[in-house]
Design a protein around this ligand. Structure first.
Ligand code: URA
Length: 233
């Protein structure tokens, strides 16, 4: 692959923008030697404006989503892409969110260009658990665990029952709920079916991967190999 195509695929700009960056001397090797479009040193030795390049892919990152941002550029208003480097929205292959979160949901959001991993994590066939911390408007009544765990609950407007979900009560109006699918507004609709209302929702884990305590809202980082292993296991 040529240097221009590589940088364009990594989202650093369109081909013509990348060509301009090259002419301006923004692309160098590790020793600061300016690279031209015919140069092609090893990936790890290329610098864009002095910074090492992102991994060529597959690339998976974790993001601590704050409330108020949607996961799709089709929706109006602020999107998660406003909080991530612009190049992540321009990569080819595309980086997709692994299971979208609602605008007001916070917590662990993975982004990946790894189609196999994406399918594994979002397909209900693979039963990958997603755990959410839920704050409710009214106290739990005690029947919710059975309602959600039975595998018979049908959400309004749907025909197929939900897969069994696991409820852990943390307090009067606080719970953790683990689900293995990702239907539209699923948790909010489950609590609505139980006669309650979700006032705050945070995804705290996907499979064996928990949202790290040191990743603040709005922060992101590339997943380490060990963390990827947790997602694949
Ligand atoms: N369930 C919801 O209702 N919303 C989310 O964002 C995720 C799961």
């Amino acid at each position: 692959m040529k240097l221009v195509k590589l940088l364009a695929n990594l989202g650093y700009g369109s081909r013509s923008q990348v060509e301009r960056f090259l002419r301006q001397g923004a692309v160098t090797d590790a020793d600061g030697k300016v690279l031209g479009s015919r140069d092609f040193p090893p990936h790890a030795a290329i610098r864009f404006k002095g910074e090492p390049l992102d991994a060529p892919g597959p690339l998976t990152l974790m993001f601590h989503k704050p409330a108020g941002y949607t996961c799709s550029t089709d929706d109006p208003g602020d999107t998660i892409y406003d909080l991530l480097p612009a190049r992540f929205a321009l990569r080819n292959p595309l980086m997709s969110p692994v299971g979208r979160l609602d605008k007001d949901t916070t917590g662990l959001l993975l982004m990946t260009d790894d189609g196999q991993l994406l399918h594994r994590l979002i397909s209900p066939k693979h039963h990958v658990p997603k755990t959410y911390q839920v704050t409710l408007d009214r106290p739990l009544e005690g029947h919710e665990g059975e309602l959600f765990g039975g595998g018979t609950l049908v959400l309004r407007g749907e025909e197929k029952p939900l897969l069994p979900a696991k409820l852990e009560v943390l307090g009067g109006q606080e719970a953790r709920l683990t689900i293995e699918e990702g239907r539209y507004h699923q948790i909010r609709r489950m609590f609505a079916a139980a006669g309650n209302h979700v006032v705050a929702l945070k995804r705290v884990a996907i499979g064996a991967l928990a949202l790290p305590g040191d990743l603040e809202e709005g922060e992101w980082r590339v997943l380490a190999e060990k963390e990827l292993g947790k997602l694949r296991s």
